[in-house]
Write a protein that binds this ligand. Structure first.
Ligand code: UD1
Ligand code: UDP
Length: 397
């Protein structure tokens, strides 16, 4: 392949989910560079994942760090432009919906082609920065790599041409396969003195849940109820955002809840795989648990992972205490024999084949770099239809 790729990552789940693609690029000796925006930087959010996933060191580090949405976006626009000017890639990869993915917008503005991984996911929840990010990305991306048939349908319903959509499955499914042995060998259960199927695993970090006292208080009281009812330890590797809020709102962590610092991918996956039930507001955890066939209660009123609800691996319970406890009761009594909606763990092979086919197109300049010689006898509406279908009007060349 001739194309030069640029991969942009910045947060914990980015590092995890890019693993299969980066592995495939290394295997096929493809020309690629990695840019780290630096949104996550603490050891347990960042370097630990590079280490455990044997992930190559980024070629560029933008050191953006924490701050407001405007701080993260503004710095990304300025700093990423310099990388693009230097690297001149043919294609920039943006992953999913967190702020590092907005790098795709910078690339697109500079006339560089953009591939969006995990395109088409929709929560239809406008409170979430992530929903805004994914819609922005999907609307400007040249290639939309979508995980499932329902996410593909979302894109088609929004008028995106099928020429640009490629259904490639879930990277996380392949990651969990690639690291199966290491996950199984991990000793976190012994270290925590807990037993298979005899503990709850909890995560919470969504701003709408943890930046406000009431929902966070509800989550903690729900955990108190769950411990009273089931008597099983509740393991809670806590996001720094959530720890800071518990302190700020002077909330009490209930008996039975064991708070941990955030833990590595191998430790966390081992805990997920063997949990009695997971209670979470994370996106990726909804997918992991669906794949591991572990019951999941999603503490949100919306989800972009609607497949997990449809197959029955998760219930969207919101953050009302009674609803969370009810959902736990339902999920732990449900048979974990749901169908895995993510196809096969062959995301990187599918990606590789498609990129090979698109290689010439990816390497050719973006069509609007050349000024079109429009045949004035054609009506504008004819051109519009052609552009919409992503076919290049012949007259341009
Ligand atoms: C971000 C993503 C979210 C994703 C999550 C994964 C956006 C808008 N949000 O949320 O979609 O689900 O990552 O975990 O992009 N902090 C540290 N160390 C770090 C990073 C952050 O202590 O390495 C603390 C800081 O106090 C910071 C807070 O965590 O203010 C929030 O971090 P931030 O990156 O802004 O958002 P996340 O909640 O992590
Ligand atoms: N994860 C981890 N350690 C933790 C919590 C989560 O390794 O302490 C992993 C987990 O395996 C999952 C991913 O991080 O694959 C989920 O990331 P997160 O919940 O931070 O983000 P989201 O998926 O919601 O964007």
């Amino acid at each position: 392949m001739k194309a030069k790729y640029l991969i942009v990552l910045g947060i914990r789940p980015d590092i995890i989910n890019y693993q299969p693609l980066v592995n495939e690029f290394k295997r096929k000796k493809i020309d690629f560079s990695i840019v780290h925006t630096g949104q996550h930087y603490s050891y347990f959010f960042d370097r630990l994942f590079f280490k455990q996933l044997n992930f190559p060191k980024p070629d560029y580090h933008l050191k953006i760090g924490s701050g407001s949405q405007a701080h993260q976006l503004g710095n990304l626009v300025q700093k990423f432009e310099n990388v693009l000017l230097k690297e001149k890639p043919d294609l920039v990869f943006s992953f999913s919906d967190a702020n590092p993915a907005l790098s795709g917008i910078v690339a697109s503005k500079m006339g560089i082609k953009v591939a969006h991984l995990e395109a088409g996911m929709r929560s239809y929840d406008w409170r979430m920065q992530e929903e805004k990010n994914r819609r922005l990305l999907d609307s400007i991306s040249d290639y939309l790599f979508t995980p499932t048939s329902s996410t593909k349908k979302n894109l088609i319903n929004e008028g995106i041409s099928t020429h640009r959509i490629f259904q490639v499955g879930k990277p996380i499914f392949e990651v969990l396969e690639n690291f199966k042995e290491k996950i199984d060998k991990n000793k976190i259960l012994e270290e925590l003195h807990i037993f298979k199927k005899n503990y709850f695993l909890v995560t919470a970090h969504r701003p709408e849940n943890v930046d406000v006292k009431r929902p966070l208080g509800n989550i903690l009281t729900a955990l108190e109820e769950i411990y009273k009812k089931y008597g099983k330890p509740i393991i809670f590797p806590i996001h720094p955002r959530t720890r800071a809020s518990i302190k700020k709102f002077n909330l009490k962590v209930p008996k039975g809840v064991k708070l941990l610092e955030p833990i590595g991918f191998l430790e966390f996956s081992k805990l997920e795989k063997n949990a009695f039930c997971c209670v979470t507001d994370s996106g990726t955890v909804q997918e992991d648990t669906c794949i591991f066939k572990v019951p999941c209660v999603t503490m949100r009123i919306s989800t972009e992972r609607s497949e997990t609800i449809e197959v029955g691996s998760s219930i969207a319970a919101g953050v009302n205490k009674i609803h969370i406890v009810d959902a736990v009761d339902k999920m732990v009594n449900r048979k974990s024999n749901w169908k895995n909606p993510y196809g096969k763990p062959d995301f990187s092979k599918k990606m590789s084949k498609i990129l090979e086919k698109l290689d010439n197109e990816i390497c050719s300049p973006k069509i609007w770099w050349d000024s079109p010689k429009i045949n004035s006898s054609k009506s504008i509406s004819e051109y519009k239809t052609k552009w919409k279908n992503s076919s290049i009007p012949d007259e341009i060349f």
